[in-house]
Design a binder for this molecule. Structure first.
Ligand SMILES: Cc1ncc(COP(=O)(O)O)c(C=O)c1O
Length: 391
């Protein structure tokens, strides 16, 4: 009689472990939701105003307008800025579709700009080329949506002078970066406004859809508050402008109030994990670079590997129970819905190259060191000992 010895398969890991966070929070969220069920003010209940105050205190913005999701947060600002036909709005191509989608909602033209190969964020030289291209096409340059990709703020000290020189407003798409810092400035205090998302997988996420706009401009905030409730005036049956239904549910605000309490500690943990990953992987892959004086929230930890081996690495890690993700396999200027729109004039080679190279590893604050080490060993083994740096 023969016996077959089989090695047990390693248990699969989570890419983002929301259950671990829930365990850490104990009954806090259950109790917060129960309180909303008790008072019954499901729309614009007291937790919404409390959350807005606490978010403002957290990041230092004068005004916070919570809303339905990160896409609507962007759209509310474009609505307030009265973006319309003939306007050009500049945004990176290497981003999530929502950044450009909202530009189309208002019949404006998105002009796609390239990104920097190290930070994945908007390249100011490409922005200049995009502005020239828009003018050639007879469009009116209106504003810029810079994206803080994967949790790192864009290089605002380089982008702001370009905006000023051309009279453009700057909207920060901080869907992935709320909680991050750009030199002395916290995300939420840069540009004319900042939009974020509280989608569950974001660094600060609720249990459904949610978002917020941050601004230091009280007049803009007043318009945003009106737009979020169908353009209300003195009350919601007084309509002074065209708006939308863009409110944040009270239950989601209650969840976020509890999660905000542990958010600073979670940001510390994310940074510690990123540092360990960097130290352990820098010799086999291109690890992410954070600008000096800046702090990322590590919505994603993204390495670069050689394009020819990326899918093999993904498969080998999957077989080891290690999930990965590719953000983004196609830059927006190559997507069917967006490819008719202009690009900054050089074909956006960095965005196209990154789409072939990037690979995001599991990242969340509840990854213990043993699990990090398991991920690192598997990644090193899959890459094959330092031959594929993706440079
Ligand atoms: C860069 C960026 N902008 C906007 C959004 C839209 O946020 P939401 O999904 O909350 O609408 C996302 C969401 O993933 C995003 O990553």
């Amino acid at each position: 009689m023969t016996s077959t010895l089989t090695t047990p398969l390693p248990s699969p890991l989570s890419f983002i472990d929301l259950r671990a966070q829930r365990r850490h929070l104990g009954r806090a969220i259950d109790d917060a939701i129960a309180r909303v069920l008790q008072h019954g003010q499901f729309v614009m209940g007291p937790e919404v105003a409390i959350l807005e105050r606490e978010l403002a205190a957290f990041c230092g913005a004068r005004e916070v307008v919570s809303c339905s999701n990160g896409t609507d947060a962007l759209a509310l600002v474009l609505m307030a800025k009265q973006v319309g036909a003939g306007d050009a709005v500049f945004c990176p191509s290497f981003t999530f579709a929502a950044t450009a989608e909202v530009i189309a909602w208002f019949d404006a033209v998105a002009v796609f700009v390239d990104v920097h190969p190290d930070t994945f964020n908007m390249d100011p030289a490409s922005l200049e080329r995009g502005i020239a291209k828009a003018k050639q096409l007879g469009l009116k340059p209106a504003g810029v949506i810079a994206v803080d990709l994967f949790g790192q703020p864009a290089d605002y000290e380089a982008i702001e002078p370009v905006c000023r020189a051309h009279g453009l407003w700057l909207l920060c798409d901080a869907a992935q970066s709320f909680g991050a810092t750009y030199r002395e400035r916290k995300v939420g205090t840069i540009g004319c406004a900042t939009a974020t998302s509280f989608f569950p997988a974001k660094p600060l996420g609720c249990y459904g859809d949610g978002g917020a706009v941050f601004t230091d401009d009280p007049d803009l905030a007043a318009v945003l508050r009106s737009l979020r409730v169908h353009g209300e005036g003195a009350d919601k049956y007084d309509n002074v402008r065209i708006g939308m239904n863009g409110r944040l549910d009270t239950i989601q605000a209650a969840v976020l109030i509890e999660k905000l309490k542990i958010f600073p500690a979670e940001i510390e943990k994310r940074n510690a994990i990123a540092e360990r990953y960097n130290a352990a992987l820098a010799d086999v892959a291109t690890v992410p670079r954070v600008l000096s004086g800046c702090r990322s929230t590590w919505a994603q930890y993204t390495i670069k590997v050689a394009p020819r081996v990326r899918d093999r690495i993904i498969d080998e890690l999957k077989a080891q129970g290690i999930p990965t993700a590719v953000y983004y396999r196609k830059p927006l200027h190559q997507q069917p819905a967006y490819r008719h729109w202009p690009t900054a004039g050089n074909g956006l080679p960095v965005s196209e190259a990154l789409a072939q190279q990037v690979l995001s590893l599991p990242m969340h604050p509840y990854l213990d060191e043993a699990t990090q080490d398991r991920i690192v060993s598997a990644v090193r083994a899959a890459i094959g000992g330092g031959t594929n740096t993706g440079r």
